[in-house]
Design a protein around this ligand. Sequence first.
Ligand code: 13P
Length: 256
Amino acid sequence: MRKQIAAANWKMNLTYQQAEKLLDEILGADIVLKNHQLTIFSVPYPYLLMTRSEVEEEFNGNYKVAAQNCHHKKNGAYTGEVSAEMLHSLNINYCIIGHSERREYNAESNALLAEKVNICLDHFITPIFCCGEPLQAREAGVQNDYVAVQLRESLFHLPADKIRTIIIAYEPIWAIGTGKTATTEQAQEIHRHLRSVIAAHYGAAVADEIPVLYGGSVKANNAKELFSCPDVDGGLVGGAALVAADFIEIIKALKQ
Ligand code: 13P
């Protein structure tokens, strides 16, 4: 089975003390991750090392830590930025790339995201590459083309042996933080479409290996249904990942 992943995206939330408490509660829960299951905590930069040391105490190595962004250049005079090389030097192996909030507030283009994907892979960091359409595209019925362009322009320069190592998160912008979730039919349909776009370029074997997570108002009470879709391989979770009891339920909802 493809990897099934519950990824928390804390965004710009929680104090250090709140973050420690949340991690303690989640990691202290009675969850046994199977070999094909991962839980990833995407945390603010100042919490990366603390989170890494907390998850390292887990006897099961299937808890991972991700950054929420990195810069597209190797190093240099970019005040306030964090490089992939720095993340690698902290033994951080995952990074969210192209979240819709960064696309919107930081004007990150598909071309820039291609550079970020490259620099992550050069530093042994798995990108969690986000795509997803705004409401107008969904209402116009062009969501499939919209996400296909995002994949093509940011990922399809990669050779097959690289793209097969990444994680994709489909996050419809109209569902993020709105309490509005894609229906299971909508999620399955577009996840299958994303896989078919990858298959058309790289072949079905490569497309079948890549986990495609759903993000956008995943909650404890809808995760099981969403994750049961054949092409939904878990979730990238914002708000509900800030509440221990909710995120624990979401982890338990992964395909067994
Ligand atoms: P919500 O789960 O709060 O809708 O956020 C989704 C998201 O943006 C995860 O990256």
